[in-house]
Design a protein around this ligand. Structure first.
Ligand code: AMP
Length: 426
């Protein structure tokens, strides 16, 4: 098969690595890709926002399957446009991608199909939103309705923070994405990510993971796209797993089908394990980044037939195998991230680091220049490892980190700490 992968981050490097291992593969391209992805795929410069350009490339190169990594092309309807052109693509269509593209859409779906989530209301103007938060009190969560590159959520611990967030969103901080705002009950508990592969009818669980959103150790500092992750998380016990499937994932898939907008692709649930049981606080409609990296390390089965089964509605009889060993990834970012940072700094030691047992290094934002690897983004490398325990995976990943020579980079030193503590009986 000829496959085209869209995206340029660590998630796409992990997907490219996994797709490249498939015996079904003839040729793999990635648009636009990065220096790491170039080891697995032919990187090509395509304007992915222009769907006709992607269609034209697929026709010219007899592409059999397009795999879409990030959410933006999904929300823009690339899967629908490819389908109209007769090209198979993995991921949800424009309507189903609203599960990520509109927070209000997801909350309304939860209400309609009785899916456990925090109470909420939707607002189109600041005055009504302010009046509502005053009746609710803090802590409370203020969310821009649309896609805001992961920045559209403010967990307001005080009334003043909530008021400032509402003012900022209606002042246009997120453009059209903030023209509507969802105000949501603050949920307390442990936060986990849960992934399921869907074909419109059937959902099969992939695995659980926990990511680390704050930039510094001990969960301090601003939120980021994710500084590390591990899978599975011990906090998703078999009982919690079953409840997430029966109360959240399956009613979502059934509800979307009933509405005539079946969901195909990866459904990524952000779930809070509250004292009242698991509650959904958000959906994403693609693999998480960096969670995808650890899922790919743990997936034993060929991923290409799984993508095809999702596209073709054939997951009912499908089985996915996993390696039992946990996997963990440490994100190395450019100093200053998530604020300003310097680009084009040189990274050495990658080959040496990758020689360590169980270690795999994915590139999140790199470019190659004159035989050297240069940083080309905020999150730059995903140093991944598997091991018999999360603790062993963690040790291996940090050994690899210590072999990488990149003075302008940094990472958290505590990825996986909750699971390691639990393993130690703490
Ligand atoms: P998101 O950008 O949607 O991933 O949200 C960012 C973070 O906000 C999440 O990872 C949660 O930690 C937090 N969050 C979102 N919704 C809620 C909620 N209802 N209660 C508490 N925390 C939340």
């Amino acid at each position: 098969m000829n496959i085209l992968l869209l995206g340029s981050g660590g998630r796409e490097h992990a997907l490219a690595w996994k797709i490249a291992a498939s015996p079904l593969l003839t040729r793999l391209w990635c648009a636009p890709g990065n220096a790491g992805i170039a080891q697995e795929a032919e990187c090509i410069a395509l304007d992915v926002a222009d769907h006709s350009v992607v269609i034209e490339f697929c026709r010219r190169n007899a592409v059999d399957l397009v795999v879409v990594g990030p959410e933006t092309p999904l929300a823009a309807g690339i899967v629908d446009d490819l389908a109209i052109a007769g090209i198979k693509a993995f991921g949800p269509g424009r309507q189903a991608a609203q599960l990520e593209g509109s927070k209000g859409f997801t909350k309304d779906l939860c209400r309609e199909f009785d899916i456990p989530t925090g109470s909420y209301r939707r607002f189109a103007n600041a005055a009504e939103a302010l009046a509502y938060v005053r009746t609710q009190g803090a802590p409370i969560v203020v969310k821009a309705d649309g896609l805001a590159a992961g920045k559209g959520v403010v967990v307001a611990m005080t009334m003043a923070d909530a008021e400032a967030a509402i003012a900022m969103m209606f002042d246009g901080a997120f453009g059209a994405a903030g023209a509507e705002v969802v105000i949501e009950e603050f949920l307390s508990g442990r936060e986990i990510s849960f992934f399921a592969l869907c074909d419109g009818d059937t959902a099969i669980p992939l695995a659980s993971a926990q990511d680390h959103k704050r930039v510094f150790d001990h969960d301090r500092g601003p939120n980021t796209g994710g500084m590390g992750a591990y899978s599975p998380t011990p906090f998703v016990t078999p009982e919690v797993h079953d409840r997430i499937m029966s109360d959240i994932i399956l009613p979502t898939v059934a509800g979307m089908k009933q509405r005539g907008t079946p969901f195909r692709g990866v459904l990524y649930a952000g779930v809070m394990l509250t004292t009242d049981g698991p509650k959904l606080f958000e959906y994403n409609v693609r693999f998480g980044d960096p969670e995808c990296q650890v899922l790919m390390l743990r997936m034993m089965s060929d991923i290409v037939p799984a993508f095809l089964a999702s596209c073709d509605g054939q997951l009912k009889n499908f089985d996915l195998r996993w390696f039992p060993d946990p996997a963990l990834t440490v994100v190395m970012a450019a100093k200053g991230y998530p604020g300003d940072y310097t680009k084009a700094t040189r990274i050495d030691g990658l080959v040496d680091a990758a020689k360590l047992e169980g270690v795999e290094i994915f590139h999140a934002g790199t470019m190659a220049k004159d035989g050297a690897i240069l940083a080309n983004g905020g999150r730059v490398l995903n140093v991944c490892a598997s091991g018999k325990t999360v603790g062993e995976a963690q040790r291996r990943a940090y050994q690899a980190v210590d072999r990488i020579k990149w003075p302008e980079g940094f990472c958290r030193r505590d990825i996986g700490w909750q699971a390691v503590e639990q393993e130690r009986g703490g």
